[in-house]
Design a protein around this ligand. Structure first.
Ligand code: URA
Length: 215
């Protein structure tokens, strides 16, 4: 079960991010504009780690990768690989349920220009560490992008160079969990074809086989 310290919607530990969210809330009163909680199955054996909420996506909707271009490929892949009941994530009340999967972000608050500072990534890391500690044995952590990859290593107390980031790379974590890393499914990566739907599907096939081997 998830411990109570895995998320705090009232967190204002990063002054730059808290101030930015206050400004965004004034400009867009209907937006969530607060730290975005992890979404999905509290008992999941697959934890997906993104970077941070996007301005008009997760930051607006309050659910990771929801309303973001980056969510299109991700939620389709989750559906295709049996981790959800719907191929799209539209809003908090859309009936989407994730099965054996939860999605979180390395940084829970929207950063200006989508770029958290190193200090903000570090300061937010204890939430990710608490979430990881609560995973069932032999879970899989899927890091989307290098920042998420490094945030996972940091959450384990490992040096960020303990495992080099690469698309579709695998790393055995000290507690028996496996870190699988992928290029982030951002609009930039998809539109420049750095990450194709097929490439993401291959990563999810690997994730699925790792989990099947652990049933
Ligand atoms: N939306 C998220 O919640 N996380 C990302 O990394 C990108 C978009």
């Amino acid at each position: 079960m998830l411990p109570s310290n895995f998320f705090n919607q009232d967190c204002r530990d990063c002054p730059r991010l808290a101030g930015f969210l206050d400004d965004v809330k004034r400009k867009y009163p209907d937006y969530h504009a607060l730290p975005v909680a992890p979404f999905g199955d509290p008992e999941a054996r697959l934890l997906i780690v993104g970077l941070a909420p996007g301005m008009h996506g997760a930051n607006a909707s309050g659910r990771p990768f929801t309303g973001d271009y980056a969510g299109l490929l991700l939620y389709q892949a989750l559906y295709d690989h049996g981790f959800s009941n719907q191929a799209e994530s539209a809003a908090l009340n859309d009936g989407l349920v994730l099965a054996d999967c939860r999605i979180t972000n390395a940084v829970k608050c929207l950063p200006p220009q989508n770029k958290p500072t190193g200090d903000e990534i570090k300061r937010c890391n204890h939430y990710l560490a608490a979430e990881i500690q609560a995973l069932p044995e032999r879970s899989v952590i899927l890091a989307l992008g290098n920042i998420a990859h490094q945030a996972v290593l940091r959450a384990y107390g490992l040096k960020t160079n303990a495992a080099k980031f690469g698309h579709h790379s695998l790393f055995q974590l000290p507690d028996g969990n496996t870190l699988v890393s992928s290029y982030h499914c951002s609009r930039y990566n998809v539109q420049t074809k750095r990450l194709s739907p097929t490439m993401l599907a291959e990563v999810f096939s690997t994730v699925r086989s790792l989990l099947i081997g652990r049933d």
